[in-house]
Design a protein around this ligand. Structure first.
Ligand code: PMP
Length: 344
């Protein structure tokens, strides 16, 4: 009875949890550097809001106007162009619902975030995998694609795409270009401005720099007509009021976010240098570092059983011997480096 398309769909596999690894190896200290979370967490002001929340019995608003206003100020696009969803994952699903019918072509540069491929398969799309150069910049596109995905900074490789190239893609393709900027706050080299094009959608999230991954708040910038259609495919109450208030409060305390991003970027630069002793390291514009090693499988295993969780990318399409390491707090990164020294 299950739709035939699902036979081709792999399940999304998240990073392993601290609890899981503590139990598996009987460890007291486990550091998780596997899901690109903000190790400093959300602004303390968010904790106050959550503590005082009482309206659990009331449905959230269908259209969270105040949050949209605040996002509009933050990204500098009119409020009519902002839509929200339950995480950027939720926004992505809505975008697929809007544009992808069975047999349409979805173009995906690889390696990249695996959820795009999962969604494309769920919607019965024909997938065109696009090639990247040795720096992982996308170097081709498909003019006929109904939907082209650009992830910048790219998960898992950490590089940004060339602005002029993506502009060319937007001007050349017949369909829509979705630019996933989940990690926008960690780089200066953003593509957000390209949302000025009618056929470009830019997606963002509160899960990374804002430290709200657990509350599931994502958003996108898209032209006004698209934004109206989005409201048809979006489930009735995508984000809880608690999450809406938390996101607004996180935006109020943007100075906190900036401070944590600064610390993460400083640590990222330190890790990039230090990891060079063991791996081939690729420069990153995100809050994680992509490395390669012949023996990546055993490195991940040896790290894990000593209490360091990193992301083994062996199931990522187009990756060979890749490991993605999220940037933690200085003491967490020290623990990683000490453990690597022990292993090597
Ligand atoms: N896009 C990319 C590139 C990501 O890495 C992630 C997080 N795994 C997402 C989207 C989804 O983020 P969210 O938590 O907002 O659903």
């Amino acid at each position: 009875m299950i739709r035939e398309e699902l036979s081709e769909v792999p399940e999304y596999v998240p990073g392993k949890s601290v609890e899981e690894i503590k139990r598996a190896y009987g460890l007291k200290r486990v550091v998780k550097l596997a899901s690109n979370e903000n190790p400093y967490g959300a602004s303390p002001k968010v904790f106050e809001v959550v503590k005082n929340f009482r309206d659990f019995h009331v449905y959230p608003p269908k259209n969270p106007v105040e949050l949209k206003e605040r996002i509009s100020e933050y990204v500098n696009f009119p409020e009519e162009m902002i839509v929200v969803g339950d995480g950027l994952d939720g926004v992505l699903e809505n975008v697929f619902k809007m544009f992808v019918s069975k047999g349409d072509t979805v173009a995906i540069p690889i390696p990249t975030f695996p959820y795009y491929e999962i969604l494309a398969k769920i919607y019965g799309a024909r997938i065109k995998f696009l090639r990247r150069n040795e720096n992982f910049e996308t170097i081709e596109f498909d003019e006929k694609a109904k939907l082209t995905i650009i992830c910048s900074p790219n998960n898992p490789t950490g590089n940004v795409e060339n602005f002029e190239f993506v502009r060319e893609v937007a001007e050349s393709v017949k369909g829509v270009v979705f630019i996933d900027e989940a990690y926008a706050e960690f780089t200066e080299k953003r593509l957000t401005k390209l949302a000025e094009y009618e056929n470009v959608i830019v997606g963002r999230t509160f899960s990374k720099a804002f430290g709200l991954a657990n509350l599931r708040v994502g958003y996108a910038i898209m032209n006004e007509n698209f934004a109206k259609e989005y409201m048809k495919v979006c489930p009735p109450f995508p984000i809880s009021t608690l999450a809406i208030l938390a996101a607004i409060t996180a935006l109020d305390d943007i100075e906190y976010v900036k401070r944590t991003v600064e610390k993460i970027v400083t640590e990222r630069n330190r890790l990039e240098k230090a990891l060079g002793k063991y791996f081939e390291v690729y420069p990153s514009e995100a809050n994680f570092v992509y490395v390669e090693a012949e023996n990546s499988d055993s490195v991940c295993y040896e790290l894990e059983r000593r209490g360091v969780i990193v992301r083994n990318l062996k199931n990522f399409r187009g990756v060979r011997n890749g490991i993605r390491i999220s940037v933690g707090k200085p003491e967490e990164n020290d623990f990683l480096l000490k453990t690597l020294e022990e292993i090597f």
